[in-house]
Design a protein around this ligand. Structure first.
Ligand SMILES: Cc1cc2nc3c(=O)[nH]c(=O)nc-3n(C[C@H](O)[C@H](O)[C@H](O)COP(=O)(O)OP(=O)(O)OC[C@H]3O[C@@H](n4cnc5c(N)ncnc54)[C@H](O)[C@@H]3O)c2cc1C
Length: 392
């Protein structure tokens, strides 16, 4: 059982930019991660198993749909609080944060933003407590970065819809009670529909053999002539803007989350550099180690400032998808580079489960690919600044 000695780092006194409520939310999330996540996460990651007992705790710290209003059972927090919770969860593990992100931004958000009043009342309160878990089906075997090509269909059969197709790489799929699935209707428009576990023809085989996000469950969604009631269609959105709206919210949370993983790696490396003696001195006394640590805290500080500002814009409804892309791309890459450098500082010990480094590093290899790859986010920024589409 690993000991969690984590201490956070705030080089530019960012705490002064947070409200008392935001700091309290952070302390609650941080304390829960220290108590319930750190002691077991290595073990579960090694066994490639999602600790289901975390679900109740995530709900208690407001980690499911943080910004969903109280009238639908959500915590009703602001966007910076949402980000802070994601940061603290990912400080524990990116898989843990992924579970919370999917439930919040990819399941609760579309039901809240695009759903009927009946759908909101039926699903959101249960999703907020974690008594119901959800997943989000967008990616298909042949359509990842280019979801508009999807071939899953939602056909109108008069008194019901018939869903056919398959999704892959779906977080939470193996245990989710419901799935928000994106497919094409008879007119070829992308629509969202809610599928429930137990519907005939709907299966969720688990994906095995991952070297990354091992403490998070991933699977496929297979639809073989699934009859879905008419009232399960999300009525208020049509087209790719539906799933992209969800991804915007999730990517924003990931930008914060990656800072958590980076802080954990930096904190561990800093402590190790003061304790590990080589050539008669702590390795932190050598210039090359200091270069690594100094660059790490510089990059973390830049990301903290960028992301806080993004949170302010998000609270004001002014954050653009391109700004969110820039922050997701920058922060995840920053965290991955820091994980790699932190691994070097830990020497051979860095590859063991004694330290969180290798787990974070492997996790971040997924985070840099999902919710838009590193290069796709670059193209989004490129298109935003030049006006030219370099995707196709
Ligand atoms: C652990 C994990 C969990 C996930 N969870 C979910 C989930 O819950 N729900 C869901 O729907 N999806 C999920 N995904 C899927 C994820 O979003 C996709 O993997 C991602 O969008 C990339 O798609 P792809 O893997 O098919 O790669 P591809 O799209 O095939 O990309 C392969 C490479 O080609 C590059 N590329 C593609 N197009 C271009 C272009 N136009 N120009 C330049 N380069 C290009 C990419 O940047 C990448 O480097 C998950 C993935 C992982 C690994």
């Amino acid at each position: 059982m690993a000991t969690d000695n984590f201490q956070s780092h705030d080089y530019f006194l960012m705490d002064e930019l947070l409200s008392d409520e935001q700091k309290l939310i952070r302390e609650a999330a941080r304390a829960w991660v220290k108590k319930e996540v750190s002691p077991i996460v290595e073990d579960y990651a090694q066994r490639a198993e999602f600790p289901k007992q975390w679900i109740k705790g995530i709900a208690e710290i407001g980690g499911f749909g943080p910004y969903i209003p109280a009238e639908y059972g959500g915590p009703g927090l602001d966007q910076i609080s949402y980000g802070i919770i994601m940061q603290e969860l990912e400080r524990g593990d990116s898989g843990l944060r992924s579970t919370a992100s999917v439930q919040s931004s990819l399941v609760m958000y579309p039901i809240y933003a695009y759903g009927s009043e009946e759908q909101r009342k039926k699903y959101l309160p249960k999703l907020a407590t974690g008594s119901m878990m959800g997943c989000f089906g967008l990616t298909e075997p042949d359509f990842g970065s280019n979801p508009s090509g999807m071939i899953t269909t939602i056909k109108d059969k008069g008194d019901h819809f018939l869903v056919n197709g398959a999704k892959m790489w779906i977080s939470n799929a193996p245990f989710a009670d419901i799935a928000v699935v994106w497919g094409k209707d008879d007119a070829g428009d992308i629509r969202g529909i809610i599928l429930e576990r137990g519907m005939e023809g709907f299966t969720t085989p688990e994906t095995h053999g991952k070297w990354s996000l091992r403490a998070s469950a991933t699977g496929e969604l297979v639809f073989d002539n699934v009859r879905v009631p008419k009232e399960n269609l999300l009525p208020n959105v049509k087209g790719l803007k539906g799933p992209l709206g969800c991804l915007n919210s999730a990517r924003y949370g990931i930008a914060w989350g990656a800072i958590g993983a980076a802080l954990d790696c930096y904190d561990s490396a800093l402590r190790y550099s003061k304790e590990r003696i080589q050539f008669g001195k702590p390795i932190g006394a050598f210039q090359l180690t200091q270069k690594k640590l100094a660059e790490m805290i510089t990059e973390i500080t830049k990301a903290q400032l960028l992301t806080w500002r993004l949170g302010v814009l998000k609270n004001e409804n002014r954050a653009t998808p391109s700004q969110i892309s820039m922050a997701k791309r920058n922060n995840v890459n920053m965290a991955l580079q820091i994980a790699r450098e932190a691994r070097q500082i830990h020497g051979g010990m860095g590859i063991t489960g004694e330290y969180p480094i290798m787990r974070h590093m492997m996790n971040l290899e997924s985070v840099i690919t999902y919710e838009g790859t590193h290069d796709i986010h670059l193209l989004i920024t490129g298109m935003d600044v030049t006006g030219f589409n370099a995707f196709s």
